[in-house]
Structure formats: structure tokens, C-alpha cells
Design a protein around this ligand. Structure first.
Ligand code: SF4
Length: 307
């Protein structure tokens, strides 16, 4: 039996309120920054069982009052038990809508939850939706997770990669497992890099997402490690510009900026992102913010030839 994420971090608090719901809709037409990234987003859960971990601190979804309906972020998960049926009912309509606009039917899964959060081990809603996608695949599927539990679905991912353009984003904000004053991450960096490596070894396209970018201890070593693990690119996204506000004002209300500045003071300012981007370009294709999520990368700098 593989150790679960909560075994890795036994003190990681898990959400208490789990609600099984019949959702009315599943595919949401992209708006805001997501318009650059996809035609539709798909959230198999509402709420996130990782909301009380470090990534939950800066998670911009916690400020979505329409979604939380007054509930504390990380303390509830609504399980959309009918999600795969909804997918099958609405996928062709979504595809037609996208194609009428001459854009690919691109699904981003997920924009407001983690598809492989702890509840997935029990309810397997994400798995059922992926299975449904083998019947009616999107043109492009972007999967995003903080969890090595994505490995549970490797076979299905391989099947989907033959049916559509599949990109797997593994969120790895930096090379430190802990920032001062913040809870542990949902899954250790080692496990997430190992997941990326195992998926890449299967021939799946993986991208490491530094989103939001944390202060890096040794950027050169980190990017070398991601490259050696088989990442096809990295996305670098600072909370400034990356949290849905121009100045990062949502994130500034959380404990994340203080934790980051305690480690490295300039990491809370945008030039730090640009500095890290310049280093990353020596190793891998780099996408910055929404452009990166959309799959637009600049190629790595070529090493200088000796004259
Ligand atoms: S896993 Fe994603 S959706 Fe869940 S709390 Fe972390 S950042 Fe937010």
C-alpha cells in the first residue's frame, strides 16, 4: 500500500464537512484569465480538502464567496457525485460551442479544486469523469494537481493521451517543503517531483507549475532537478498578477507574503519572478503566468559556443 499524503504529513488537517451533491452543471465556459487558457473549466469537487495546507493559504479560490457561501476554505468539500453523467450530457454541446468560435474544446481541470484531493481516494469522481472523457474526449485536456495521487490514474491518463492533447501540470511552488508560519504542503516536494518523473517516463507531457512562486533556496539545482525528472516546461507565476488582481491584493490579505519575505525579502516583489524566469530559461522552456498556463513557453537559452 502506498503511503497517503496524510501519512507523509500526519498533522495535515483535513476538511471535516463532506457533502454528496447532485450538481446542476459541470462544464463552465472560461472567463477572466482562464479565457487565454481554455474554453471550459471543470471542477469535480467544490471546495478543496487541501485548503488547510500551505497551498490553501494563498489559494485565490478562498476569496470566491459565491463558491464558499460563507463556509471556511478547507473545511468543506462538495462531492459532485453525478459529474461523469453531467460530462456525457454536456461535452458535445461544449465542443460545438467552442468549434463555432473556431477555438479548440480545451478543458482545464481544475480551476477551483484539486482533482486528486483526499476525497478522491473514496469517491473517485475525477476518475469517473476521465473515464467519461474517453467516450467524448476534448481536443485538449489540462490537468492540474498538487497531489502524487494522480499516479492512481496512470492507465487512464495514457488512454486519454492517445485521444486528445493532454498536458499534466504538477504544482510545485518551490524547493522548500515548509515556509515559516504556514502549515505543511498537501504532498511533499519529493513526492510531487517523483510523480512528475513517473508520468514523464510513461511519455506523458508534464509541466511543473511554480504557482504562486515561493522563494527558492537553490534555483539552479531545482530547475536542473525538474529537467532531469522529465518536465517539458515550467510555469512561473507570482502572486502579483497571478492571484486575479494586478497588485496581488488578495494574497496580501493572507499569511503567505509574510512567510515568503521572512525567507527572502525581495521574493514578494515582481522583479523576483523575472529574476527566476531568467534562471529557469537556462534549463527548460518557460511560460509566465496565464501565458504559461495556456501552454505558451519561450525556449531555453542555448549555451554559448566557445569561439
Ligand atoms: S490544492 Fe489547489 S484548489 Fe486546493 S487549496 Fe491548494 S491551491 Fe487551492
Amino acid at each position: 500500500m502506498k503511503p497517503s499524503d496524510s501519512q507523509t504529513y500526519p498533522n495535515l488537517p483535513l476538511s471535516k464537512e463532506i457533502n454528496l451533491i447532485q450538481s446542476k452543471t459541470l462544464l463552465t465556459r472560461a472567463s477572466g484569465y482562464l479565457k487565454e487558457v481554455c474554453s471550459h473549466s471543470l471542477n469535480p469537487y467544490s471546495g478543496c480538502g487541501y485548503g488547510l495546507s500551505s497551498c490553501g493559504e494563498g489559494c485565490y479560490v478562498r476569496f470566491n464567496h459565491w463558491l464558499t457561501r460563507g463556509r471556511e476554505w478547507g473545511k468543506f468539500v462538495d462531492v459532485k457525485v453525478n459529474a461523469s453523467d453531467l460530462y456525457l450530457q454536456s461535452a458535445q454541446r461544449g465542443k460545438n460551442w467552442a468549434h463555432q468560435r473556431s477555438i479548440p474544446f480545451t478543458i482545464f481541470m481544475s480551476s477551483a479544486t484539486d482533482p486528486w484531493q483526499p476525497a478522491e481516494k473514496k469517491y473517485r469522481v475525477t476518475r469517473a469523469v476521465l473515464q467519461a472523457m474517453t467516450t467524448c474526449p476534448p481536443d485538449t485536456l489540462i490537468l492540474q494537481t498538487h497531489s502524487a495521487s494522480i499516479l492512481d490514474d496512470q492507465k487512464l491518463l495514457l488512454e486519454l493521451s492517445r485521444l486528445c492533447s493532454l498536458r499534466i501540470h504538477i504544482s510545485i511552488e518551490g524547493d522548500r517543503n515548509r515556509l515559516p508560519g504556514l502549515p505543511p504542503p498537501p504532498c511533499s516536494i519529493e513526492k510531487r517531483i517523483s510523480a512528475l518523473e513517473q508520468l514523464s517516463a510513461q511519455g506523458l507531457k508534464t509541466v511543473a507549475c511554480l504557482s504562486p512562486l515561493y522563494p527558492l533556496e537553490n534555483p539552479q539545482r531545482f530547475f536542473e532537478r525538474l529537467k532531469n525528472a522529465g518536465a517539458s516546461a515550467v510555469i512561473i507565476d507570482h502572486f502579483i498578477e497571478g492571484d486575479g488582481t494586478a497588485e496581488g491584493s488578495r494574497t496580501l490579505k493572507t499569511r503567505l507574503p509574510l512567510a515568503m519575505s521572512q525567507v527572502q525579502e525581495d521574493s514578494v516583489r515582481l522583479p523576483y519572478r523575472d529574476h527566476i524566469v531568467n534562471i529557469a530559461r537556462n534549463y527548460l522552456p518557460v511560460g509566465v503566468s496565464a501565458q504559461g498556463f495556456a501552454g505558451h513557453y519561450t525556449q531555453p537559452c542555448r549555451p554559448q559556443k566557445n569561439s
